[in-house]
Structures are given as structure tokens and as C-alpha cells.
Design a protein around this ligand. Structure first.
Ligand SMILES: NC(=O)c1ccc[n+]([C@@H]2O[C@H](COP(=O)([O-])OP(=O)(O)OC[C@H]3O[C@@H](n4cnc5c(N)ncnc54)[C@H](OP(=O)(O)O)[C@@H]3O)[C@@H](O)[C@H]2O)c1
Length: 332
């Protein structure tokens, strides 16, 4: 028996070492890129750090009148980049554009488009952009469930909207603008997915699956076009205090792990051109790193329980709002 183990010890240990090595390499790749980004200015002083010099002066951000998209547009404008803002509501677009122009003295352009319409919206954007060179494309727009739900509770239209916005828009927007970037020999694409891509996520099944698509699509796209001077980044944030998470009051307060959109975007823009796969925020990086240590089935189990507790928050809040309005009617 002892001799038999003796024969297998070396190949087993080698196999174990290789698996562990690959796992650690994969997990700390972003960390190594971050270290490179911090150290590069010390050792490679000629490296271009201005986004507008590196990629060009115009960026287009989808879903840019609120949350991460708006904050990201402001961060780019702060660096002197002109911004094309795309959302559904013209009034909000005008207000956001005015705010950015007055604060950062850059040019803006607004485009009204609803990405739940799929190709139609992308054609609208492409036509409205015309010959303006889009040097940085930020595919930020995304749709989530109103609150954690079982699949049959989600309206069919909601499911199609989520797929159109989270998958079709990202895919077709990349397809619409990437050839121009390739021809210019420079450009950047940021595809915003979510930490929910890390494993299947019960009670947000469709949302998490669309974000896993974005991760896979972005990595493969980088392989196809990365050699033409185009940065193709996958950004996978954890929770951020935006209205998307309004189903739970616990996610509507900033804390160490839940920044607001402005704080998040400040870090996320810093990673552009430096880290290809990033959570975009330092405490989210810590969360992602440790999450990946667990087997996917344990992560899914934890995710399911978190969603059940957020679902409870949602119904408790709804019940208390209903009670308050009943009391108000009784008083009146
Ligand atoms: N918040 C988080 O915790 C979190 C975590 C991970 C990943 N993410 C991802 O980050 C991205 C941004 O999320 P967020 O939290 O910043 O969202 P948000 O606060 O809800 O903002 C959404 C933005 O998109 C626009 N929009 C919504 N539906 C649209 C549509 N059909 N067509 C065009 N524009 C539309 C909205 O403006 P109008 O309503 O005026 O159109 C708004 O400007 C999403 O891809 C999301 O999945 C968010």
C-alpha cells in the first residue's frame, strides 16, 4: 500500500501544484496588472497616461443620466474628454449635458435611444453620431429585476428587455464602432457587467446570466481586436449605491463595500487602459478575489440567501409603505 502511494505521490503533488498555480495566477492577474499600473510611471516615464491623448477626444456612454453612467461621463469630462450621452429621457439628457459642460468645459452631444428596442436603438445611435469619432465607448446601460424574483414572477417583457439591453445593446454597439477604432489604430471599449457574473445567481437568474455573457463576449472580443491598439475592458462591479438597488434600503447607504456611483467611477476610470478585467473599485477587488476562492456551488448558495434577504427587505418596505398610505387615508 505504502509503495503504491509512493508511486502516485509525485504525479499527484505535481498535478495539485499546477492546479493551485493556475488558480492563483488567474486570481491575482488583476492584482499584477494593478501593480504594473502603479509602478509603470516610475519605470516607463514615456507611457501615455492622458486618456484623451491615448485614445482620442470623444467618448460615448450609454445609460448616462444617472448612476454609474453619469458618474463615469463626469470623470471622463474631468479629464478633458468630450462626451456623447445616451439615455431614454431627453430632458434628463439635456440637464446632465448642461451640468457637465458648465463644470468641465468640454463639448457634449445627447442622443435619445431606448436600448430595449435592440438593433433599432443601436441604428439610432450610429446615425446620430455620424462622422464624430467615438474613441472611448462605454457600454454601461443595464437592466435588473425590480427586486429578487423567481423566474415565473418576472414578466415576459421584462425578460426580453433585460436580454435586449444587457446583451444585444452591448454586442451591437461594439460591432457598430469597433471597425472605426481598428482603422484609426486606437480606441477603448468598456463593457460594464457585474459581480453577479461570477456564478449563477438564483432569484436574479436572467440578469446574472446576461452578465456572464458580457464577460465571455468581452474576453473573446479582446482576443479578436486587442492587437489593433484597442483597449477592451470588462468591468464587473459589486454593489453600488444607485437606484438600481432600490429594492433594499441596506444597499441605499454607502459603506466600505458599497460606494456611491461617483466614488466608484473615480476608481473605475483610473483602471481604464491599465487593467483589462476589473471590478473597478478597490474594495470590490478584495471581494472578487476572496469570492473566487470558494467553489461556484457555495457562492451560488450564498448568493441565493442574500437575494432571499433582499426580497424580504423589499416586501417589508412595501408593506410598511402600504400601511402608511392606509393610515394617511384614514386620517384624511
Ligand atoms: N448598481 C449596482 O450595484 C451595479 C452592480 C453591478 C453592475 N451594475 C451595472 O452597472 C450598470 C449601470 O447601473 P446603475 O446602477 O448605474 O443603473 P441606474 O442607476 O439604474 O442608471 C441607469 C441609466 O441607464 C438609463 N437607462 C435605463 N434604461 C435604459 C434604456 N432602456 N435605454 C437607454 N437608457 C436607459 C437611465 O436613464 P433613463 O431612465 O433616463 O433612460 C440611467 O441613466 C448596469 O449595466 C448594471 O447592470 C450595477
Amino acid at each position: 500500500m505504502g509503495t503504491m502511494w509512493g508511486i502516485y505521490t509525485f504525479p499527484l503533488a505535481t498535478f495539485g501544484f499546477v492546479v493551485l498555480f493556475m488558480f492563483i495566477l488567474d486570481s491575482i492577474w488583476s492584482l499584477l496588472q494593478a501593480c504594473r499600473a502603479i509602478l509603470a510611471p516610475l519605470f516607463i516615464p514615456n507611457e501615455e497616461t492622458s486618456l484623451s491623448k491615448k485614445y482620442g477626444p470623444w467618448a460615448l456612454i450609454t445609460g448616462s443620466t444617472d448612476g454609474i453612467g453619469k458618474a463615469y461621463a463626469q470623470e471622463l469630462a474631468k479629464r478633458g474628454i468630450n462626451v456623447v450621452l445616451v439615455s431614454r429621457n431627453e430632458k434628463r439628457l439635456e440637464n446632465t449635458a448642461r451640468e457637465i459642460e458648465e463644470k468641465y468645459f468640454v463639448k457634449t452631444k445627447i442622443i435619445v435611444a431606448d436600448f430595449s428596442l435592440g438593433k433599432k436603438a443601436v441604428d439610432t445611435v450610429k446615425d446620430a453620431v455620424g462622422i464624430l469619432p467615438i474613441n472611448i465607448l462605454v457600454n454601461n446601460v443595464g437592466k435588473q429585476y425590480e427586486y429578487p424574483m423567481y423566474l415565473t414572477e418576472v414578466a415576459e417583457k421584462e425578460i426580453f428587455d433585460i436580454i435586449n439591453i444587457n446583451i444585444c445593446a452591448v454586442t451591437l454597439m461594439c460591432r457598430a464602432f469597433i471597425n472605426d477604432m481598428r482603422d484609426r489604430g486606437r480606441g477603448a471599449i468598456v463593457n460594464v457587467s457585474s459581480g453577479s457574473e461570477l456564478q449563477p445567481l438564483p432569484l436574479m437568474t436572467v440578469y446574472a446570466a446576461t452578465k456572464a455573457y458580457v464577460k465571455s463576449f468581452t474576453a473573446a472580443l479582446r482576443y479578436e481586436y486587442g492587437g489593433h491598439g484597442i483597449t477592451i475592458q470588462h468591468l464587473a462591479p459589486m454593489f453600488i449605491n444607485t437606484k438600481m438597488n432600490s429594492f433594499s434600503k441596506r444597499l441605499q447607504k454607502n459603506n466600505f463595500f458599497v460606494p456611491d456611483a461617483e466614488e466608484y467611477a473615480r476608481y473605475a476610470v483610473m483602471t481604464l487602459g491599465k487593467i483589462d478585467e476589473s471590478s473597478g473599485y478597490w474594495t470590490h477587488g478584495i471581494q472578487t478575489f476572496f469570492t473566487k476562492f470558494l467553489p461556484a456551488w457555495i457562492r451560488m448558495y450564498i448568493g441565493a440567501h442574500m437575494n432571499l434577504s433582499f426580497r424580504k427587505d423589499y416586501f417589508e418596505e412595501k408593506a410598511s409603505t402600504n400601511n402608511n398610505s392606509i393610515k394617511k387615508i384614514e386620517v384624511e
